[in-house]
Design a protein around this ligand. Structure first.
Ligand code: 13P
Length: 249
């Protein structure tokens, strides 16, 4: 059985005091047993988040990492560094990394391998831009992102991969993919995973939807059979909204 997952991507928001305040608010809530909850604070706040959430089922995850083990890469953070502060899961391939930091499918493929080889779990993000969808090319774009960024990994490593479909046009825009649009892509991707690997892997992999998920729309999106949860941006910055989404299954 695949897991229901709700992960909050805090992006470049919240300094340390603001992070502590959000963590305190999160700690007040009871986490339902049918969902794995994760939060991704900025690198500077990971250690604090880990300390705060130690006694809770909420997992602290990272937003990014470098593909090299160590060395002269000013400003970067390695898998080992993340693991040493208690982080075992990392988001890779977010559209903001692709767009603003020139992370190509080839670089992302290296990052995925580096994380999995370090025994980390990966949330692999993919999704088309508005233009791709307008031209009816969204399936091809998603295909290429998966084939070039992810499908090089071995079958045995796929159990440590979570997928996150985030259409770029729906991120931070208030515009959400309709539940049917999300389901179409999620089903398509699961079938693609089945062709590339096998039925068991396809059935067990969690595929999250991301892009303007909020308390008001989470339930109908999560109700779709191939949507196994969400990767949440803006709404993850308020504990109440985030927990309303967590409770939307
Ligand atoms: P929003 O929920 O703010 O649209 O962001 C989604 C996202 O990018 C999560 O990674």
């Amino acid at each position: 059985m695949r897991k229901n997952i709700v992960a909050g991507n805090w992006k470049m928001n919240n300094d340390l005091p603001q992070t502590e305040s959000l963590l305190q608010d999160l700690k007040k809530h009871v986490i339902p047993e049918n969902v794995s909850v994760m939060v991704a604070p900025a690198f500077t706040n990971l250690f604090q988040a880990f300390e705060y959430l130690r006694e809770t089922p909420i997992e602290v995850i990272a937003q990014n990492m470098h593909q090299s083990k160590k060395g002269a890469f000013t400003g970067e953070v390695s898998a080992q560094m993340l693991k040493s502060v208690g982080v075992n899961t990392v988001i890779i391939g977010h559209s903001e990394r692709r767009a603003y930091f020139n992370e190509t499918n080839a670089i992302l493929a290296e990052k995925v391998s580096a994380a999995l080889d370090s025994d980390m779990q990966v949330i692999f993000c993919f999704g088309e831009e508005l233009n791709d969808r307008k031209q009816g090319e969204h399936l091809e774009v998603v295909n290429a992102q998966l084939e070039q960024g992810l499908f090089h990994i071995e079958e045995s490593q796929m159990k440590n991969v979570i997928l996150a479909y985030e259409p770029v046009w729906a991120i931070g825009t208030g515009e959400t993919a309709s539940p049917d649009q999300a389901q179409e892509i999620h089903k398509y991707v699961r079938e693609h995973v089945k062709r590339a690997y096998n039925t068991a892997i396809a059935e067990n992999i969690s595929i999250l939807y991301g892009g303007s998920v909020k308390p008001a729309n989470a339930q109908e999106i999560f109700a779709k059979p191939d949507v196994d949860g969400g990767l949440i941006g803006g709404a993850a910055l308020k504990a109440e909204d985030f927990m309303a989404i967590v409770n939307a299954f």
